[in-house]
Design a protein around this ligand. Structure first.
Ligand SMILES: Nc1ncnc2c1ncn2[C@@H]1O[C@H](COP(=O)(O)OP(=O)(O)OP(=O)(O)O)[C@@H](O)[C@H]1O
Ligand SMILES: [Mg+2]
Length: 308
């Protein structure tokens, strides 16, 4: 159920199990006269996967940049682990450096090629270690960006719409990759996305940023991999509602009713059909149990239609 979070630091099972990876208290960020983040509180537990939704311009990147240390913030208000890595919407590879050198950019270790190779193998790019960035596909370049993040062994992984520029199938593969990397390395993750389905598919917890604050928190308890069943759809509708996206009334979700042949009309076959709403027994066709139907909404959910 949707729950406004004031404050978001209210105890949660994940957050109460140890010191937070991210702790933000009363953080405000202004640009000139415009207040983008207002007295914001946030906790992310070690190893927790959090997705952040919000309308364009609501301040998601501003918050992520602050957590990444790219924008200064008072230490008493914003506390993060030292080992952090960021992946942006665009891979940001230097075109004049080979892929492996991009991955180890800024690392001091003398074993950097070995480290880069290991990280590239983990993201399925072991064969492109010596490639130039310009020869990579969009998905490969974004995997290289993930390898660059991995090699830093982050305790906090910050992802700012990292899959937004990818086609739907590549995005689905990237979801699987990110989940497998997260399981293997267990960083805390903050994923900024416009894609409600992506948030539900990946995150332990989903937050919605509105009016400078984290206005909504939804815990996702569905087992992974997450199929677009009734719970998924209900959560999807709630989140879309929070984001102000108008949705058509649910339809085609009523259970099939058996319509027997009218006696004695020969030649008429029994048929499965949905009762028209409202049904005689008071059933209006929306009971949240739409399992078994494959419809456009389900396909759309699995392909992760974005909102932006
Ligand atoms: N350096 C800056 N100087 C002035 N205004 C800024 C600066 N950075 C961000 N803003 C403003 O702060 C607001 C929030 O920007 P931000 O990039 O955080 O939004 P966002 O939620 O990430 O949006 P989107 O979903 O479109 O990426 C916007 O109105 C933006 O114009
Ligand atoms: Mg942004």
């Amino acid at each position: 159920m949707a729950s406004p979070i004031a404050p978001i630091a209210a105890p949660s099972p994940s957050a109460s199990s140890g010191p937070a990876a991210v702790r933000v208290r009363g953080f405000t960020r202004r640009f000139g006269d415009v207040t983008v983040l207002r007295d914001l509180d946030l906790d992310i537990a070690p190893g927790e996967f959090v997705a952040l939704l919000g309308r364009s311009g609501s301040g998601k990147t501003t918050l992520l940049r602050t957590l990444a240390g790219l924008d200064a913030a008072p230490a008493e208000q914003v506390s993060t682990p030292g080992a952090r890595a960021v992946v942006f919407q665009e891979p940001r590879l230097l075109p004049w450096k080979k892929v492996w050198r991009n991955v180890t950019l800024g690392l001091k270790s003398g074993r950097s090629r070995l480290q880069a190779t290991a990280a590239l193998e983990e993201v399925g790019l072991g064969h492109r270690v010596d490639a130039w960035p310009a020869t990579l596909s969009g998905g490969e370049a974004q995997r290289a960006a993930l390898a660059r993040a991995l090699v830093r062994e982050p305790q906090l992984l910050l992802l700012d719409e990292p899959f937004a520029a990818l086609d739907a199938l590549t995005r689905l593969r990237m979801h699987q990759l990110v989940l497998s990397l997260w399981r293997a390395h267990r960083p805390a993750v903050l994923l900024v996305t416009h894609d409600v389905d992506e948030a539900i598919a990946l995150a332990d917890r989903i937050l919605v940023l509105a009016d400078g604050r984290l206005a909504v928190e939804e815990k996702v308890t569905l087992a992974r991999p997450r199929e677009a069943g009734p719970e998924f759809q209900a959560l999807r509708r709630r989140l879309l509602g929070h984001l102000g996206v108008e949705q058509p009334a649910p339809r085609d979700t009523a259970p099939l009713a058996f319509i027997p042949p009218a006696p004695p009309a020969g030649g008429i076959r029994a048929a499965w059909s949905r009762p028209s709403a409202p049904a005689v027994n008071g059933h209006n066709g929306h009971n949240g149990h739409g399992g078994g139907f494959t419809n456009g909404a389900r396909a759309g959910a699995q392909l992760g239609g974005g909102l932006s």
